[in-house]
Design a binder for this molecule. Structure first.
Ligand code: SAH
Ligand code: SF4
Ligand code: F3S
Length: 497
């Protein structure tokens, strides 16, 4: 989607930019003030280049992967905008940055495909700078490949030093060498980075970084490092800023939000944080992801039940319905305890929408294991589910397991499961037909002129007649017709409107 919103800096960062502009040398201490100094430095380098070229310089950030990466990219785009670059609509730009993902093999394949295609554009603009960052760059083998084979890449950095992007950008602008700066770990949480939000009315908010769970198939803990929670005061301050800036919906982000607060002083829990977020004026909808079933507390269920703002939708990845596999996956719950958790959730919040992630073809998965997954899916009746073919990730315990499932079997199971979750999802999501729901309008409909598109609290997409002026507001819509996974509706205009 094209960006409609200009860069957002907190008051604190704006002050840092002012302070940094008076400094001759960069502050020695690592953190946002030092980075503010480098933003100024980049600005002057770029403005000289623009004068020489007689045109503005442009950038493009392409994001792969999850919401965490999306949010990181907003920060990268915010920084690039503050340095003076203009955002281009495509990769035909002077600075192209790929924020990579490596959760499954196909994420890597897509990146290399994209880089290959970029070489044609680069021929037209030889001074184009290409940079790579994100999860894939935390893998030694991938960085080695860039170093030895992709000489045209100018800059590589990782997930731990993303906040140092202004400084790295500055080095990159002043050098023709390939710069590789990836850290193994970093405990610092740098607050106040500017960001350029994709949507003016909704925003992701990081509440924690990293992951300690080491599910045996998953590479995330290796590339994102150990779990660290943000100070609740900082989170609430950011949400306050966002609200004053017109944001009505926030998505609290973490790999396992239910273990938020561990390691922080005092008795901080995710449920307590939610109670405080609920108090922030102007915020009308709260979402969060991802919830690990093993840590979902009764306190959280209570908070969800009492809340007026937390959306009645929960993403609760189960991965498999086989208790045997769940143990080998290191998930710390069983099929039975998961089903019991779902019952407790539904007893407290009757019309809760549930979505999940499922992996097919984990090493050693037998037909019986797979049938347990099918059975669980039928019993839970998810509103939607993401199904993934198991992907072998180097360095994870599962990659070394002997009995890898052959591709044909995995595909065949995958198709069976997909059909099942789609059939159930269709049935489940049609349960709102003819009801009136609050819909947050996100965009004009690109296919049908005179229509807009939004989402209900249950996370269902709705198209209805309306115009651009509705974007960002929550309006009542009667869901007249369910079409599989989306609805067509009609706005209900109240007498006072
Ligand atoms: N932290 C989240 C998930 C992050 S990764 C959680 O624990 O729920 C998103 C999803 O990718 C996972 O839920 C899992 O279903 C899938 N995934 C992770 N590693 C995978 C692998 N090696 N192969 C296939 N799918 C994988
Ligand atoms: Fe990966 Fe498990 Fe951590 Fe999720 S909880 S990111 S699946 S290791
Ligand atoms: Fe991918 Fe990294 Fe997210 S590996 S799924 S972008 S945490």
């Amino acid at each position: 989607m094209e960006s409609t919103y200009s860069v957002y800096e907190s008051e604190e960062f704006r002050q840092m930019l002012t302070d940094a502009s008076a400094m001759k040398e960069p502050p020695v201490m690592d953190g946002s003030l030092r980075q503010a100094w480098f933003i100024h430095r980049c600005r002057s380098i770029l403005s000289d280049r623009e004068k020489a070229l007689g045109r503005k310089l442009t950038f493009c950030v392409v994001t792969f992967g999850c919401q965490m990466n999306e949010r990181d990219s907003e920060k990268l785009r915010g920084i690039l905008k503050l340095t003076g670059y203009l955002e281009a609509a495509s990769e035909d730009a002077d600075f192209v940055l790929y924020n990579t993902c490596t959760v499954r093999e196909n994420a890597n394949v897509r990146l290399y495909g994209r880089l290959g295609a970029l070489s044609t554009i680069r021929r037209k603009n030889p001074s184009m700078k290409i940079a790579l960052c994100g999860c894939m760059m935390q893998e030694k083998d991938e960085v080695e490949r860039v170093r030895t084979r992709l000489g045209y890449v100018s800059l590589v950095f990782g997930t731990h030093n993303l906040y140092r992007f202004p400084e790295l950008l500055c080095r990159c602008l002043l050098s023709d060498d390939q710069i590789i700066d990836v850290e193994e770990k970093n405990d610092l949480i740098v607050e106040n980075l500017p960001s350029e939000r994709t949507y003016p009315f909704k925003s992701g908010v990081n509440i924690m970084f990293g992951c300690n769970n080491f599910c045996t198939y998953c590479i995330v803990p290796y590339v994102r490092g150990r779990e660290k929670s943000r100070d609740p005061k900082e989170i609430l301050r950011e949400i306050g800023h966002l609200s004053r800036d017109g944001v009505v919906e926030i998505m609290l982000l973490g790999q396992n939000v239910n273990s938020y607060g561990k390691g922080l002083p005092g008795e901080v829990t995710f449920a307590k944080l939610l109670r405080e977020v609920e108090q922030v004026e102007g915020i009308r909808r709260i979402r969060f992801m991802t919830s690990h079933p093993k840590d979902l507390s009764d306190e959280l269920i209570e908070v969800m039940k009492d809340s007026k703002k937390i959306c009645p939708h929960l993403h609760l990845p189960v991965q498999s319905g086989s208790s045997r596999l769940l143990r080998i996956m290191n998930r710390h719950y069983t099929k039975e305890s998961y089903l019991e958790l779902v019952s407790r959730l539904r007893a407290a919040i009757p019309d809760l929408s549930l979505s999940t992630d499922l992996i097919v073809g984990f090493p050693g998965e037998t037909e019986e294991d797979f049938l347990e997954t099918m059975d669980l899916v039928r019993r839970v009746e998810y509103d939607s589910a993401f199904t993934f073919l198991y992907s072998r990730r180097t360095g994870t315990p599962a990659a070394a397991m002997e009995d890898q499932v052959d591709e044909a079997t995995a595909h065949e199971r995958f198709n069976r499961l997909l059909l099942e979750v789609q059939t159930i999802g269709r049935k489940r999501s049609s349960r709102f037909e003819n009801t009136v729901q609050g819909v947050l309008v996100e965009d004009v409909n690109r296919q049908e002129s005179g229509f807009v598109t939004g989402r209900t609290g249950h996370n269902l997409v709705v198209h209805f007649e309306g115009d651009r002026s509705l974007i960002g507001s929550i309006v009542d819509v009667r869901l007249t017709k369910a079409h599989g996974f989306y609805y067509v509706g009609k706005r209900v205009v109240h007498a006072s409107e």
